[in-house]
Design a protein around this ligand. Sequence first.
Ligand code: NAD
Length: 459
Amino acid sequence: MNSEDFANRMEEQRTFFQRGRTMDLGFRKEALRRLEKGVKEHEKDILEALRLDLGRASVEGYTADIAPIYADISFILGRLGRMIKGFKVPTPLAFAGGSSRIMPEPLGLVLIMGPWNYPFHLLLRPLVGALAAGNCAVLKPSEMAPHSSALIHNMIGEIFPSYHVTVLEGGVEEATTLLEQRFDSIFYTGNPTVGRIVMEAAARHLTPVILELGGKSPCIVDKDANPRLAARRIAWGKFLNAGQTCVAPDYLLVHREIKEALLQEVQSAILEFYGEGPQESPDYGRIVNDRHFSRLAGYLEAGRLICGGQTDKEDKYIAPTLLEGITENDPIMHEEIFGPILPVLEFDNLDEVINMVNRRPKPLALYLFTRNRKNQLRVIRETSSGGVCINDTISHMVSNNLPFGGVGESGMGQYHGAASFYAFSHMKSILRASSWFDAPKYPPYRIDLTWIKRLMRFT
Ligand code: NAD
């Protein structure tokens, strides 16, 4: 498909949007129900595509890629009627008798670009917000999960007419051509390097962007943490999808006093989760491709192995690995790891940890294991991150009541639950002026400035 074909496809969507059908509450609800039904009908195919692309176990496929789509749909369906009406706000005294309201309006035609690691969740969950807010959408799945991409293409083609939602598959070339088009919003999930490319392309049309990026999410374990519980929750969050999760704990900062106990427990957890040979475990995933495999294998050259370290290039397998003897200067501490390797650094007091986190780009998530409320509050206040999860990993992104997104290098804009609706809406301010009261605002100006000063204080 060339640039002209893209433009024609988009024109068809714009024409449909301008007819106003998507403004209708019933139409939006129906679209969400159709999406839910379509995903349900393809559940088996989705799990199979995830197995082929990422070696993902069905339970992980369902909980991480399918269930969040249903949860968002049902959350939004229950509130959409109220949300599309907007809300009243007070009106200044100078406009007495008038009324003020903030009403959401759809943005128009939105582009949603997804990555390969949770290919259904990260494309269709934003779509829930886009549809609820009354937009038309173009979806661009990642070429790096080809089975998932093909399925999304066919599935969406069955569920929606292409003038409402359409899927354009392809790699960098297609993505580049797509980004030349004018959209009313671009929602991109992926790495920060491409995030910059997306933002530059969007700037040409003054298109707003939401960027859901990644980064190095620290995991801090203080000396009063429960080592067994912390270890299980860290091992689960880190080795889920073989570490290829945007909010996976990237590196571990553990208090010297608890280090040994914690590391013992992490190893026990790995054994309990995946057995003696994780390569044989049906619950342990694979690295997405050879490029990422080689990158990750390279990290194993620094530091000392605590456990794991086995690799199999043919099978794109890297064992759950703990590394120590790492310094802040090692390459593994510069880039987001995005794989099943956990570097372990130790600390003696919380100041060191807070300084270290603050020296680095703002992460997408920050994990803190401690029962000490004062220290919890201190870390929350003195560091900046997209979100914080205390005494667990990843779980903060499950709740539909907690908007999800990054800050600084880890992204901009938020979604999930109601935030998804607002992410794809323009909040339009409306003042209905009264006809019976006409403020004396016209020239020639006879009114005393003292009065104006008093009145304008109440705007
Ligand atoms: P990816 O390589 O699949 O890229 C994402 C999308 O960008 C794809 O659709 C791809 O076709 C497109 N793309 C790639 N190169 C491009 C280019 N040069 N120009 C235009 N488009 C291009 O996925 P990825 O970036 O490897 O994904 C992993 C990253 O995403 C990690 O950094 C991870 O932390 C982050 N991530 C963030 C979230 C989140 O919700 N914040 C979720 C998942 C992943």
